[in-house]
Design a binder for this molecule. Sequence first.
Ligand SMILES: [Zn+2]
Length: 272
Amino acid sequence: MRLNIALIVLALAGGACSRAVETGSGEASSAAPNLASARIVDLSYSYDAETLYWPTSPSSFELEELHHGPTEAGFFYSANVFSTPEHGGTHLDAPIHFAEGGWTADEIPLDRLIGPAVVIDVAAQAREDSDYLVTIADVKAWELEHGPVPAGAIVLLRTGWGARWPNRKEYLGDDTPGDASNLHFPAYGEDAVRLLVEERRIAVLGVDTASIDHGPSRNFPAHQAAAAANVPALENVANLDQLPATGSWIFALPMKISGGSGGPVRIAALLP
Ligand SMILES: [Zn+2]
């Protein structure tokens, strides 16, 4: 089993490698880590009773036990039924979530979901303003230090909000059941998203808060801009404090729901 997993990862990384070569991307940050020595960081939260959902979500994660224990035939057996809204916990937003005709979860090509990570840190700004919106200036400041954000990158925004998970009040800014009108957390500004998806042509946008639009948003311009460019999003990404600004590779593989607008995603980062 372990060997099989290693082979699958190897095969996926091999595909991603050749993609970087095909697109002519020569940046050092696009070189895949050596799998034999790479450290793997889990960027997904577990799904359980603590998992945070949007305040207006009709339900949350549910796990119903079908069987757990010895069977009449003498062997041990465990199986459950789970149910969950698509958008909760560490999950993917497929482009169709905010763009009619955009890719559904099952339609997103795998080579978009595997790629070099760019980690933009705005934790200092978010400490001063819990509704902070990332600006074009933030992206350009990152590029001054690290070089251009490469095409095909998976851009992850580190706000420091991961330390607040799963405290609903601290993470979302409000814990009033059924009410999403008083939320506070940082995310991407619309202009920064347009720069990343239209000019830098990144593959995926991610964030360590509940949404790529900040808490007070009413019309979700970051979602609209990303979806219009057929760029999926990753929300409630875990453990971003463990990632360097460049050099790691992301594997963000969602549940393959036919026609899905998103879904639970297991995200792994490979660090050189
Ligand atoms: Zn979502």
